[in-house]
Structures are given as C-alpha cells and as structure tokens.
Design a protein around this ligand. Structure first.
Ligand SMILES: CC(C)(COP(=O)(O)OP(=O)(O)OC[C@H]1O[C@@H](n2cnc3c(N)ncnc32)[C@H](O)[C@@H]1OP(=O)(O)O)[C@@H](O)C(=O)NCCC(=O)NCCS
Length: 198
C-alpha cells in the first residue's frame, strides 16, 4: 500500500480536525493510554493546535483516508501543566519545541512512518532557528498493569535511538478517563528531551 505524507500548519489542517480526533480516539484506546475519548473532548483539545500558526501537523494518507498523524508546536502555546515542569527546572519555555502525539493505525506500522514523524517535526522546529530543545512526554504505567498486553513493547528503545533522554525530573500529570474507569483520573507523565542542534 502506498502512503502519502503531507504537512500542514495549524489553521491549514482545520478540515482534517475530525479525522485526527477519530484517529486519536482509536489509537489511544490501546495500552498504555487506555483513553476513553470523546469527540467533544477532542474538539477542545485540538483547537489549541489548529489555532496555532506555528503548529505542525504531519498527516498520513492512504488514498483519501487519514491513517496517521503527528503534531508539534512551540511549548509556549501549550497548557500550563506541560510548561510547569520546565519552568520549575529553570528552563525558558520559549527555547522548547513540544511534540504532541504520534498515532498510526496498527496495519500501517513498521514501515518507517514513526521515524518520518520525528524527522518532519525536528526539521520544522529547527527551521525557526530559535529553539534549543525538542521534547515529548509519555504516560507512566506500572509494568504489572492488568490491561498491559503480554506482547506489549515499549517505545523507549526507539526514542533513545532517536537521541531522546528520559528526564524523570520533568514530570507532570494529565487527566483523562481510562477505558476501565468510571471518571477521569490523573496520569503521571514524564518528558523526554533532545538538544536540537544545528
Ligand atoms: C509510534 C508509532 C506512530 C510508530 O509507528 P511506526 O510507523 O510503526 O514506526 P517505525 O516503523 O518508524 O518504527 C520505529 C521504531 O519502532 C520500533 N517498533 C516497531 N514496532 C514496535 C512496537 N510494537 N513497539 C515499540 N517499538 C516498535 C521499530 O523497530 C523501529 O525501530 P528501528 O528503526 O530501530 O527498527 C506507532 O507505533 C503508534 O501509533 N503507536 C501507538 C501510539 C503511540 O504509542 N504513540 C507514541 C506516543 S504519542
């Protein structure tokens, strides 16, 4: 199958907002996110990105269908709970470029799209010439979580190979409803960072 990768900045992707919302709900339902997503939550979450002229969307198409997506934007535009650990640890958030999700439907994985998401976002961040660091965060789940599939493989090795370092001191929590919970709970999230370089 031939996949097409296209990039958009925030307002340019408004027409794909619902596609991305559906994709996030589908992919993040699986471990480790276990996200019981709703279109209403997605609409408000994604609006911050769509409104941001310095936000990048990398969309993957199989024909007309959006099958994968990745996002990135300056940390300055992000929610306070994401900025706070950086501020508390003496960073200037204006130096930091934040990577949001990478989501790809399972049948399209293992063809290098995950690498492409990093390549596109790092190149975009570098193109501004004013950022020192790229970062993303990942949810922390206990290794004995009852919903962890036996064959689950964490992304840590992939991320390390991409030059990212786990930074336990840069931690936050983010609320959402898990598929096995009756209401939202707080989820521990830890950031990974990489110096952007020239
Ligand atoms: C993250 C994701 C987009 C990567 O997609 P992908 O196109 O399969 O990635 P690639 O083909 O570029 O492979 C990237 C690396 O991950 C490794 N990998 C492959 N399958 C994996 C798996 N099930 N678990 C962990 N790593 C895996 C590959 O070996 C590859 O490393 P290599 O270059 O050393 O061989 C996809 O796995 C996904 O949507 N996962 C669910 C959502 C998620 O967890 N997103 C990340 C946080 S937002």
């Amino acid at each position: 199958m031939s996949l097409i990768v296209k990039t958009f900045t925030g307002p340019g992707m408004a027409q794909y907002k619902d596609d991305l919302a559906r994709l996030r709900i589908t992919v993040f339902r699986d471990f480790p996110y276990l996200y019981e997503g709703t279109m209403a939550y997605e609409a408000s979450y994604l609006q911050r990105y769509v409104d941001c002229p310095e936000c990048l969307f990398v969309l993957v198409f199989d024909g007309e269908k959006v099958v994968g997506a990745s996002t990135a934007l300056p940390m300055d535009y992000e929610a306070d709970e994401f900025k706070k650990p950086f501020i508390d640890n003496g960073f200037d958030v204006r130096d930091v470029f934040y990577f949001g999700e990478s989501v790809l439907l399972p049948e399209y994985r293992g063809q290098g799209i995950g690498h492409r998401f990093f390549d596109e976002r790092e190149a975009f961040a570098r193109s501004f010439g004013r950022f020192e660091l790229t970062t993303f965060c990942a949810v922390e789940r206990p290794t004995d979580h009852p919903l962890r599939p036996a064959k689950y493989r964490p992304h840590d090795e992939f991320w390390r190979k991409r030059g990212y370092e786990k930074r336990p001191e840069l931690a936050t929590t983010f609320d959402w409803q898990d598929v096995d919970q009756p209401a939202e709970t707080a989820h521990p999230m830890v950031f990974w960072t990489r110096a952007l370089g020239a």
